[in-house]
Design a binder for this molecule. Structure first.
Ligand code: OGA
Ligand code: ZN
Length: 375
């Protein structure tokens, strides 16, 4: 509980020096906009009831008084009175609290190929469904590392949708609520062959891109077909360290992605590396099968290719990858904006059958916050 050491104000600003010597300088308009009174906020859901245009143009702080741990601010010209809890002010003050982005690279634990020598993060499906503590731990692992493995998932078609129901919603697409990954005659997608697939993120041709992907192994009796995962945020960090111009080219230039078959023609644009307003990596798009015709201005094109190749070379470095063979009953759940996946080619003999599905990250983060509140 931080105490106030001194308090001063003028028409457009309130200044608080806290006991720990930190300082809050809060503008009048911010205070009025963040008024917590029932006339400004719905007390039940906390939603704001006023518009920015409802605040008088000539707003000014008239008086400020401290009563117990509440700061009473009276505003001119309308005489509006706001009360602020001191702890709320300390925790929400924009001078003391940097904006944080729980999707960005700085909120994550970046990893490379040797990070999981003690074993992959793995939880039992039964515990995941039945024990909120286990679900919380597994979802936290997805938030931190970008992926988790569940075992003991019943080998029934569509069972992966039950996993999604535990924390969010199925993102249905033109492939259906879930899709079959096995060798097909006349495949519409190379995923449905026994060819190897290089490191990629799924569906950059959608807007928004599905934030989460699940792959559930129902059968695996082929030679080969190992799964490969790697941390794309780590790869982007390496690229930025090795050549910041290359990083800038991939984050500043948007490219197109496209998928076409007899029923769909999906197209979307975006950068291979997306950064937020703080210049932190938040989202990747990388898929050599579905990147569309590149139409960058000629001078950019000349510089773009070396950068694109450099990033692809980092993604091919084996020391960045983990390789494992999914066993029947195992499922991987991963962040499709961060974790690239690949698979090795497999033999024609035997059967390999996975089912895949998508979901969105906001459902996962929401469940994680709610589980944390309850724990
Ligand atoms: C996919 C895919 C990987 C695999 O279907 O998106 O990449 O292991 N499959 O078959
Ligand atoms: Zn894929």
């Amino acid at each position: 509980m931080n105490q106030v050491k001194s308090l001063s104000y003028k028409a457009d600003e309130l200044a608080i020096v806290w006991e720990d010597t930190s300082e809050s300088r809060l503008q009048a308009i911010w205070l009025r906009d963040h008024c917590q009174m029932p006339s400004s906020r719905n007390p039940d859901n906390g939603q704001r009831l006023l518009n920015i245009t409802d605040i008088p143009q000539d707003l000014a702080i008239e008086t400020v008084t401290l009563e117990d741990r509440r700061l009473i601010v009276r505003f001119a010209p309308d005489g509006h009175r706001s009360e602020f809890d001191l702890d709320w002010l300390y925790d929400n003050c924009y001078c003391l609290n940097r904006q944080s982005d729980d999707r960005s690279e700085v909120s994550k634990i970046l990893w490379s190929g040797t990070s999981f020598e003690q074993g992959l993060p793995r939880y039992s499906y039964t515990n995941f469904c039945e024990q909120p503590k286990s679900r919380l731990a597994a979802l936290q692992v997805v938030s931190d590392y970008g992926f988790v493995l569940l075992d003991g998932v019943p080998r029934k078609p569509g069972q992966l949708l039950k996993v999604i129901e535990q924390f969010g919603y199925v993102r249905e697409t033109n492939y259906g609520p879930f899709f079959e990954v096995r060798t097909r005659v006349d495949p519409s997608n190379l995923a449905y062959t026994n060819l190897g697939l290089g490191c990629h993120l799924d569906n950059p041709y959608r807007d928004p891109v599905p934030g989460l992907q699940l792959l559930h192994c129902l059968e695996s009796s082929t030679e080969g077909g190992e799964s490969i995962l790697q941390d794309g945020f780590m790869a982007a960090k390496i690229l930025r360290e090795e050549d910041s111009d290359h990083f800038g080219l991939l984050s500043q230039n948007w490219v197109s992605f496209r998928f076409r078959d007899s029923n769909a023609d999906l197209q979307a644009r975006g950068p291979l590396i997306e950064v937020n307003d703080l210049d932190e990596v938040i989202k990747l798009r990388f898929n050599n099968r579905s990147i569309d015709t590149l139409r960058l201005p000629p001078a950019v094109m000349r510089r773009f290719y070396p950068a694109y190749r450099h990033f692809a070379e980092i993604l091919e470095r084996e020391q960045q990858q983990i390789v494992f063979k999914l066993q029947p009953g195992e499922l991987i759940l991963f962040d499709n904006t961060r974790i690239l996946h690949a698979r090795k080619a497999y033999s024609a003999g035997g059967t390999r059958h996975l089912q895949g599905a998508y979901s969105d990250l906001d459902g996962l983060y929401s469940s994680l916050r709610k589980l944390n509140e309850g724990s």
